[in-house]
Design a protein around this ligand. Structure first.
Ligand code: SF4
Length: 118
């Protein structure tokens, strides 16, 4: 039976790796029906704690995508449409006011909706 199956696979151009995956549970999720569990260090949307901000502007100075706009102490605008999730703002913030929250499903067909204001 296995030989027959294997022979058929060979004729169909299916290799062993492909064949064994036909009987395995899929790795992909049926998103958005199935909830995707993110890891603690997943880089998703920026989370900003305005109470920790001292106005050092290190995030603004170091952002390679110019995605952060400084409005005032404790007030920033993050344009997630420009962000490349490099993590420099998170690393450079002296007080830890910026972090990634792991939320990745915030797609929009309007650019304005990708701007996160604090
Ligand atoms: S993660 Fe990188 S690109 Fe995104 S806002 Fe921070 S510094 Fe800018």
């Amino acid at each position: 039976m296995l030989e027959l199956g294997w022979g058929l696979c060979g004729k169909m151009g299916i290799n062993w790796e492909c064949f064994k995956h036909m009987f395995m549970k899929p790795f992909t999720k049926l998103y958005p029906k199935e909830k995707v569990i993110t890891y603690p260090k997943t880089r998703g949307r920026i989370k900003f704690d305005s109470s920790k901000c001292i106005g050092a502007k290190e995030c603004v100075k170091n952002c390679p995508a110019y995605a952060i706009k400084y409005i005032g102490k404790g007030k920033l605008e993050f344009d997630m449409g420009k962000c490349i999730f490099c993590g420099l703002c998170v690393d450079m913030c002296p007080t830890g006011a910026i972090s990634f929250e792991g939320k990745f499903d915030y797609a929009s067909n309007k650019k304005e909706k990708l701007v996160v204001k604090s």
